[in-house]
Design a protein around this ligand. Structure first.
Ligand SMILES: Cc1ncc(COP(=O)(O)O)c(C=O)c1O
Length: 413
């Protein structure tokens, strides 16, 4: 995303220095070190406000998808702002509860929930369990019986729709591992009275992330609505997927998604929920890194952050904008920006528009708040980065940088 295209310029240069909500990022880089993730609290809440405003006529529930960024401070912020949580493992259920989410406002999803995870979710009293296949329906029914509880569940439909997005994050097409094919879902619903320990009360559908076309979301919603009407189900969870702008993919405004979905859903008498992840936190986050070396006559810049810190470029071919913390005109040649990892795929940007940089300069990798820190690894013996939150004109560390000791802490001797 170009700097001048920032929604309300919460990131901008002031007196030649890149600021986030008015706080100089260089001061955070110097105090907290790099690599460092920095998030804007104001921007996260602004995104939630925009989503709410767009879908106001439906008054939907929003379950924040922890997989996008599970830092407890961010989860708590969104929970306190009224969100429930979408958790895809017992670990995420734990993290959602720890961040203050009421159990009944947690949706437990996930394509391969183990019996232990389901028992845990039942014991914690999660609000919904999304079911991905017939065996899982049996399993949850049995475990709910054993625990003496009735579980409220939604069937996740596979609508056989190929969403317009990167193939690695499309989930609703035929042959995808996600969801239950429509004929099978209908057959299960037709004999739902066999599941004595389940309240099969809703449907779930999520056709992908970073979605490119609202009409596909509307088509998925129409399918879910049709099945819900056939079986008298009162609740639709329409997943996440609202896009943000990266350099390689523009973002259809969320208002356009609302424009396509509202006519389908309004006045249908069903409760609606969404599970946004990326949309809430992506733009609000930057990854700060320090230039270590400049080679190939300035055409390659080596940072102290790489694919272990932000895997999206390597995994999805994503192109995140990169800005120098000290303002300067971009040079005539695109710059290859790489990390220090021993992998050829460790290229954060194949050709960024950057000024001439020197070792010791800092850069910010933009739109890094979602699927950044949550996908970090310690490969190559790299402690995980520090995370900081800017709140008004102040900032604070919300997760410390890992130490070398942290790298080996769990090994048994
Ligand atoms: C079932 C489900 N819900 C919600 C999400 C969150 O998606 P996004 O971050 O695109 O909003 C995902 C992401 O893959 C998902 O699989």
């Amino acid at each position: 995303m170009r700097m001048d295209a920032m929604p309300d310029a919460f990131l901008r240069y002031e007196r030649g220095s890149l600021t986030l909500d008015g706080v100089a990022l260089q001061s955070i880089a110097l105090a907290a070190g790099t690599p460092a993730y920095v998030y804007s609290q104001r921007q996260i809440l602004a995104q939630l406000g925009r989503l709410r405003a767009a879908f106001a006529p439906l008054a939907p529930a929003f379950h924040y998808s922890l997989k996008a960024n599970a830092n407890g401070h961010l989860v708590r912020l969104l929970v306190e702002a009224g969100c429930g949580c979408d958790a895809v493992s017992a670990g995420e259920v734990f993290m959602a509860l720890r961040a203050g989410c009421a159990p009944e406002r947690i949706v437990f999803a996930g394509v391969g929930k183990t019996a232990a995870e389901i028992r845990e979710a039942l014991a914690r009293g999660v609000g919904w369990i999304n079911i991905e296949n017939a065996d899982e329906l049996d399993r949850v029914n049995r475990l709910a019986g054993e625990s003496g509880r009735r579980a409220r569940v939604a069937l996740r439909l596979n609508p056989a729709l190929q969403a317009d997005t990167h193939r690695h994050i499309a989930t609703g097409h035929e042959g995808a591992k996600f969801g239950i094919p429509l004929p099978e879902a209908r057959a299960l619903l037709a004999r739902r009275d066999r599941y004595a320990n389940l309240e099969i009360a809703g449907l779930h559908i999520h056709i992908g992330s970073q979605l490119g076309r609202p009409d596909e979301s509307a088509a998925a919603a129409r399918i879910a609505l049709e099945v819900a009407a056939e079986f008298g189900l009162g609740h639709l969870n329409l997943g996440g997927g609202f896009p943000v702008a990266y350099e390689e993919s523009a973002a259809v405004p969320v208002e356009d998604f609302a424009g396509a979905l509202l006519p389908v859903l309004a006045g249908q008498g069903v409760g609606v929920a969404f599970e946004p992840g990326r949309y809430l936190v992506a733009e609000a986050g930057v990854l700060l890194a320090e230039v270590q070396y400049v080679k190939r006559g300035g055409r390659t810049v080596v940072l102290d952050a790489g694919m272990t810190d932000l895997i999206r470029p390597a995994l999805y071919g994503a192109r995140h904008p990169i800005w120098p913390l000290r303002q300067a005109e971009a040079g005539p040649e695109p710059v290859q920006v790489v990390g220090p990892i021993c992998e050829s795929t460790d290229v954060l940007h194949p050709g960024a528009a950057l000024p001439a940089l020197e070792p010791g300069d800092y850069v910010a990798v933009g739109v890094a708040g979602a699927y950044g820190m949550s996908m970090v690894s310690t490969y190559n013996g790299r402690p995980r980065p520090v995370e900081a939150l800017v709140d008004g004109d102040r900032w604070r560390v919300i997760r410390r940088r890992e130490t070398f000791e942290d790298l080996v802490r769990l090994e048994t001797i």
